[in-house]
Design a protein around this ligand. Structure first.
Ligand code: GLC
Length: 645
């Protein structure tokens, strides 16, 4: 790592050159000296061969220091508060939720009227789906960003976002939004300037003169939206060139080989941090670095870039942290959480798609061995990071378990994925589910599934058939999946709407801009009329909302659910029952993944109480269909088993 004295001289010179007002010398020096050399090292690792390296690094640091200089006083105080201690995001009392703002409550100003609802659920972390300006036509639900500095006008203004952030902070809620990191819309300010002939802006994107040049990359690339756009390149008549577009044709990938792109994205990052955003979700982060002859996913440079960005944010806006969105092989997912080394800090949070898919997988099969195998081998992450444990996101479900884990428990990954797709689209005999396929790729046999939690868990089918028993079972399945996610160390994340059993919304089929994208089936408008029934215990809404909020309350009383607590799946002796101990047995989670009664015996000579119902349980127990228990040892056993002084 660069010597401290050299780093100090370099950074002082940058500050002088950029004529920037710096923080109090004490704070500034501490943070700069801790993270500055790390940022420099990472930048050199990626951009070391650049001809004008010194100018680029100077410009990058000047941008960081300028971001810090514009930080409002309230956020400077938040920086100090949030930099102290272990990290707020690791606490057991962080409860997350996400929503599309327009679908939840319409506009940014109207969110203020719904804070009471979030309070009722105990939400302390709110992720709002993209809010930024976007193209008028198709825009991938806002994931095509026209400007990070402007809010999509129907939602409000940047000033409204600032006020929302302030209000949430007053309520003790952290605000997360997406930093769409891999691409911009093809009408983003930079793309428009490129189309008008600016070479500096054209250099922000990956362009090719001939289709032949793209072919050497294309043969190794995964197709993300094959239904809609085969391949990863699009011809731009304005540029008279081919442009890299991993996702939709109107989402142009950024060229991170160009250090100016890094600098510009740092500037956007700090602009958002200074609005009061606590968590930036780095969208599609595995795709940011491309090398010929590779899959262009999860390359080492992608990690180094995020680490450099993180180090600079530690200096300029340390209250802001990153969440990675990487829906890739489980080991790669984990890799975005970096390491515990000083220079290994990358994203502090990551979705855990593995827990999500494995829980759905166990529900379909009634067998828990793959869930157990996955959680046993791939749950441990660096100490300063946390998993975000969820049941449904706004995207499709792709069966992203590791084939190695499947093989270890005697499952063929390919055919199992086929089965799961058929099960969750209701094609498999005995399926309770009403999901729909997403991006079927006939060439590879690959497909994913869309659908709301409730519809995938059987509620839609049961209600259509007027089958009360199936309704009851579907509700138990929903509570089982959430109960598992909530009882896993990290941040539980609620998909707003799941707490009232929101069903699939088939109306997207009538919207020509959305009909080709089945993910809209699980992004319905929040139904406040149904939400108004949430306190009626006999209603469907009440029978989900009541137990779910209860689980969240109990979770907040159990400090062992903090990120970093040991988590170990145990052998339940019954393949249908998942058993896992948290913090060496401080809580034992028991989940019956079938509709039938199951018998198990929890090993050891403790006696137990279910934290959810306060009922005592003996180690040998019979579980009802889809029953979930959070066992805590009774005080007597704790005393009896605690060694004396
Ligand atoms: C992420 C988003 C997804 C979007 C894609 C392209 O995967 O979650 O909704 O389509 O990135 O931005």
């Amino acid at each position: 790592m660069m010597e401290r004295a050299t780093a100090q001289r370099f950074l002082d010179a940058v500050a002088r050159r950029a004529a920037i007002r710096l923080l109090e010398p004490r704070d500034f020096n501490t943070r700069l000296m801790e993270h500055g050399p790390i940022a420099i090292d990472h930048l050199l690792a990626v951009y070391g061969d650049e001809p004008e390296l010194a100018d680029h690094v100077t410009a990058i640091f000047a941008t960081a220091l300028e971001g810090q200089a514009h930080r409002p006083p309230a956020l400077l105080a938040r920086d100090t508060e949030r930099s102290a201690g272990r990290g707020w995001h690791l606490g057991h009392d962080v409860i997350g939720a996400w929503a599309y703002l327009d679908r939840f409550c319409g506009t940014l100003p109207s969110l203020h009227d719904h804070l009471g609802y979030l309070d009722e659920l105990g939400i302390t972390y709110l992720h709002l789906m993209p809010l930024f300006a976007r193209p008028a036509g198709p825009n991938d639900g806002g994931y095509a960003v026209s400007s990070f500095r402007h809010i999509h006008p129907p939602l409000g203004t940047m000033e409204d976002l600032r006020r929302v952030a302030e209000a949430l902070h007053r309520h003790g809620v952290a605000l997360a939004i997406d930093l769409v990191f891999n691409h911009t819309a093809d009408d983003h300010t930079w793309a428009l300037a490129a189309k008008q002939g600016s070479p500096a802006d054209r250099a922000c994107y990956l362009t090719f003169d001939t289709e032949g040049e793209t072919a050497e990359y294309q043969r190794n690339l995964r197709q993300i939206f094959p239904d809609e756009k085969p391949g990863s390149f699009v011809y731009s008549a304005d540029l008279e060139q081919w442009v890299w577009a991993t996702f939709h044709s109107y989402q142009w990938d950024l060229n991170y080989r160009n250090p100016e792109v890094f600098r510009r994205m740092l500037s956007e990052t700090l602009f958002l941090a200074n609005i009061g955003i606590d968590v930036l979700r780095l969208d599609a982060v595995p795709f940011i670095w491309k090398e010929p002859g590779t899959t262009c996913e999860n390359l080492p440079q992608a990690h180094t870039i995020v680490r450099a960005l993180n180090a600079l944010v530690r200096i300029a806006a340390p209250a802001t942290i990153f969440k990675s969105e990487a829906i890739v092989h489980p080991d790669d997912v984990r890799s975005y959480l970096g390491t515990d080394e000083p220079d290994g800090r990358e994203c502090e949070l990551s979705y855990d798609p593995l827990l999500m898919v494995e829980a759905w997988e166990a529900l379909a099969t009634g067998h828990t061995h793959l869930l157990r195998q996955s959680m046993a081998t791939r749950f441990v992450i660096p100490q300063r990071t946390a998993w975000v444990n969820y049941v449904r996101s706004h995207d499709d479900i792709g069966w992203g378990f590791a084939d190695e884990d499947a093989t270890a428990v005697g499952i063929d990954g390919f055919w199992h994925r086929m089965f799961l797709n058929r099960f969750y689209t209701g094609e498999e005999p005995g399926s309770f589910s009403r999901g729909v396929p997403f991006q079927v790729n006939p060439a590879t046999g690959d497909a994913r599934v869309s659908g709301t939690t409730a519809s995938l868990a059987g509620l839609e089918r049961a209600m259509l058939r007027g089958d009360d028993l199936q309704v009851e079972l579907a509700i138990r399945r929903i509570l089982l999946l959430y109960g598992l996610a909530i009882a896993t160390p990290g941040i539980p994340l609620l998909n707003l709407g799941d707490e009232i059993g929101t069903l699939n919304d088939h109306t997207y089929l009538y919207d020509p801009e959305r009909s080709h994208d089945s993910r809209w089936i699980h992004r319905p408008s929040f139904d406040w009329e149904r939400a108004n029934r949430r306190h009626i215990p006999a209603s469907i809404e009440g029978s989900i909302f009541g137990p779910l909020t209860h689980m969240l309350r109990v979770r907040r009383s159990l400090a062992v659910f903090a990120a970093g607590s040991a988590y170990r799946p145990l052998d339940s002796g019954n393949p249908h029952v998942y058993l896992a101990e948290v913090a060496d047995g401080a809580v034992v989670v028991v989940a019956n993944f079938t509709a039938d009664r199951q018998d198990i015996t929890v090993a050891g000579n403790r006696t137990w109480r279910d934290a959810l119902t306060a009922e005592p349980r003996t180690p040998a127990m019979t579980l009802a269909g889809y029953e979930l228990l959070w066992l805590v040892p009774t005080p007597e056993t704790v005393e009896a088993t605690t060694p004396g002084p």
